[in-house]
Design a protein around this ligand. Structure first.
Ligand SMILES: NC(=O)c1ccc[n+]([C@@H]2O[C@H](COP(=O)([O-])OP(=O)(O)OC[C@H]3O[C@@H](n4cnc5c(N)ncnc54)[C@H](OP(=O)(O)O)[C@@H]3O)[C@@H](O)[C@H]2O)c1
Length: 265
């Protein structure tokens, strides 16, 4: 039995993951973290029957006896929570967005030093992982591309974890200089988006979107677009997160991207 603590267990994604852990045969929910629900039973915090897990507000109080910590909190807290778990010898699955490539380098180094595994994915949906794997394949042959990241008007971070991870990983496959460098753009250069790993990324924040990610590849006279659209529930992220929870105890250091985990690359 693998013991699991979910940080962000009262949130939109974390609750769905915690419920799935409770329902599974091989995983045990042993801890839950949320500041506003600290001291309450997690089921009570969900306005349901008690589940026998008392929520704590600080992750360091929840790590004893835990094999895997899952983080679905917020961009500002994720790195600190992951580092606390790693230092305590606990494997980590990171679902929260907002970490930079430099943050992931720090996390990888700390995980290797502690001999624990970390699996991080900007998108734990299995179909998003397929889209990402396809994009990484195409980038070997079509280096000119841009990413459009669509999300709800209230999303606090930009770009999305999905788009950021994709841009950084595409940059490791191939790069192509912009025909007109951003510094030479006439008008509003910021309209060309952010350059992440050598790819221009454009974030739209509008009502009605959840998270959609579009990668437009192009060469003379033809284009290829790969697009993933998430619906309005956290269901798509649960299976991929549990897959990572089950795999991470066999990992040392950081694996980034659910597709990397699935393909064993
Ligand atoms: N990788 C993926 O597939 C995927 C899928 C969905 C979402 N996400 C990402 O996951 C993150 C969470 O998204 P969400 O929509 O579930 O957010 P949410 O509904 O706002 O939930 C956030 C949860 O984290 C807790 N939390 C926030 N800050 C905390 C802190 N400093 N210490 C302890 N607990 C803290 C919140 O409780 P309190 O406020 O009471 O502390 C709440 O339980 C976001 O970064 C989002 O982009 C990733």
């Amino acid at each position: 039995m693998t013991t699991v603590c979910v940080a962000g267990a009262t949130g939109w994604a974390g609750r769905a993951v915690a419920e799935a852990v409770l329902a599974s045969q091989d995983l045990v929910l042993r801890g839950a973290v949320s500041r506003s629900a600290a001291g309450r039973d997690l089921g009570d915090a969900w306005r349901q029957a008690p589940v026998g897990v008392v929520v704590v507000g600080d992750v360091t109080q929840a790590l004893a006896g835990i094999d895997v910590l899952v983080d679905y909190t917020a961009p500002a807290s994720t790195k600190g929570i992951a580092m606390a778990a790693i230092e305590a010898g606990v494997h980590v699955v990171i679902g929260s967005s907002g970490l930079s490539a430099a943050d992931f380098e720090d996390i990888d180094a700390a995980a290797r030093a502690s001999g624990v595994g970390v699996v991080a994915a900007g998108n734990f949906s299995l179909t998003a992982a397929m889209a990402q794997a396809a994009a990484l394949l195409v980038a070997r042959f079509l280096p000119q591309r841009e990413i459009i990241d669509y999300a709800s008007a209230g999303k606090p971070d930009a770009p999305s974890g999905t788009a950021r991870e994709l841009a950084e990983r595409l940059g490791a496959v191939s790069t192509h200089p912009l025909v007109v460098p951003v510094s030479e753009i006439v008008g509003h250069p910021e309209a060309r988006g952010a350059s992440i790993g050598g790819t221009q990324v454009h974030s739209l924040r509008l009502p009605s979107f959840v998270v959609s990610t579009e990668i437009v590849f192009a060469q003379a006279d033809e284009r290829l677009t790969i697009r993933h659209d998430a619906g309005g529930t956290p269901t798509p992220y649960v299976a991929g997160t549990l897959l990572a929870v089950r795999a991470v105890p066999s990992v040392v250091g950081l694996i980034r991207g659910l597709d990397t985990l699935l393909l064993g690359a």
